[in-house]
Design a protein around this ligand. Structure first.
Ligand code: HEC
Length: 192
């Protein structure tokens, strides 16, 4: 009997644990890192969109909005194709979120014209009278660009000096609208 031969039992138990670890831990990690960014997500955020993303984090928009379409019928009918892992390849940190007080924003890009977003941020209740989204009219502040270049370098995003210089005179709201229009562009079909 195996349990009477401690050395063999030990060796076989160790082998079983090793195989279990490889199958449940090591292999899934390899599968995840083998996923490449979607072709359309290959272009990471430009300088203005990246600043918009940081303001989105600062203002805590992800406390009310998710950025991931789940593969359940209700989500797909409302927002379009389910989100894929590679769509978040450049998001550090990712902003999938878990609370949906407002609608999911994973595919908000190009859903509305820029002007709609400006007006909506100024006064969400003008569009949905019972909306509890606060007004973000105060985002018409000049954009702080002192760290933009360093952020882009740290994240490994391509940028040009002209692109950084073009941020002069932009407001925080310009950055936020640019970020909204970038979300989900070309990475999946949005429900019209
Ligand atoms: C207190 C919760 C709350 C916060 C915080 C919030 N929102 Fe909203 N948001 C909502 C609700 C509710 C709606 C749906 C009604 C409406 O359009 O106002 C909405 C709608 C939206 C829409 C339109 C979505 C669509 O598909 O029509 C956008 C875009 C949006 N929010 C962006 C933002 C951004 C960016 C921020 C942060 C600056 C933010 N929201 C902060 C609750 C919130």
């Amino acid at each position: 009997m195996l349990e009477k031969r401690p050395v063999i039992l030990l060796v076989m138990a160790a082998a079983a644990i090793m195989i279990g670890t490889v199958v449940t831990v090591v292999l899934p990690f390899r599968w995840i890192s083998a996923q490449r960014p979607a072709p359309s997500a290959q272009a990471p955020y430009n300088a203005l969109q990246l600043e918009g993303r940081d303001i989105y984090i600062r203002e805590g928009c992800n406390n009310c909005h998710t950025q991931t379409v789940r593969s359940v019928v209700a989500d797909v009918l409302r927002y379009g194709e389910p989100s894929r892992a590679e769509e978040s390849a450049f998001d550090r940190p990712f902003l999938w979120g878990s609370r949906r007080t407002g609608p999911d924003l994973a595919r908000i890009g190009r859903k509305y014209p820029d002007q709609w977003h400006y007006a909506h941020f100024d006064n969400p209740q003008e569009f949905a009278p019972r909306s509890n989204m606060p007004s973000y009219a105060f985002l018409r502040l000049p954009l702080d660009t002192s760290l933009t270049e360093r952020k882009m370098r740290t994240l490994g995003f391509r940028y040009t000096n002209e692109e950084i210089a073009a941020l002069k005179g932009k407001t925080e709201m310009d950055a936020m609208v640019a970020y909204m229009q970038k979300l989900g562009i070309g990475t999946g079909k949005r429900k019209q």
